[in-house]
Design a protein around this ligand. Structure first.
Ligand code: DQA
Length: 149
């Protein structure tokens, strides 16, 4: 069975306890469980990851590129956290490894501080889900499958 990688950046391990007014009460384990159920419905397995380290996220994108070329992975649903707003290196990784990415943000970044309005990921994303809470991951999975499968 082909899989979809769900990749989470810095501080998303704190979901559930971190600023619940922005990010809700669901934990990352809850998000993983929700993604597993949805991916199964869509006919895919999931490879669910989180890292607080930019280089680890870059390596995961490179790995995803290899898995896609081997026909084992469809693409990546990616919440890059604050690296969204800073990381040219992640932008280059997505382009360089030719990985279809759906960018997901739990909160509506455009309704928040100005420094969250710019994304280095959006120009190389296949699609974007913003402000739909943790349900955005489910929408990201559906969008990826709808676009690519
Ligand atoms: C986030 C939005 C980012 O601005 C923030 O740094 C995060 C989470 C979101 O899911 O809403 O860590 O990506």
């Amino acid at each position: 069975m082909s899989s979809i990688m769900i990749l989470n950046g810095p501080n998303l391990n704190l979901l559930g306890q971190r600023e619940p007014e922005q990010y809700g009460h669901e934990t990352l384990a809850d998000v993983e469980a929700m993604c597993r159920v949805e991916a199964e419905k869509l006919g895919y397995g999931i490879d669910f990851r989180q890292s607080n380290h930019e280089g680890v996220l870059i390596d995961a994108i490179h790995e995803a590129g290899q898995l896609i070329k081997a026909g084992k992975l469809l693409g990546v649903v990616f919440n890059p956290g604050a690296y969204t707003h800073t990381s040219i290196a992640l932008h280059d990784a997505i382009k360089g490894a030719e990985v279809p990415v759906i960018e997901v943000h739990i909160s509506n970044v455009h309704a928040r501080e100005a420094f969250r309005h710019h994304s280095y990921i959006s120009p190389c994303a296949a699609g974007i889900v913003v402000g739909m809470g943790s349900y955005g991951y489910v929408l990201g999975l559906q969008g990826l499958v709808h676009k690519l499968a």
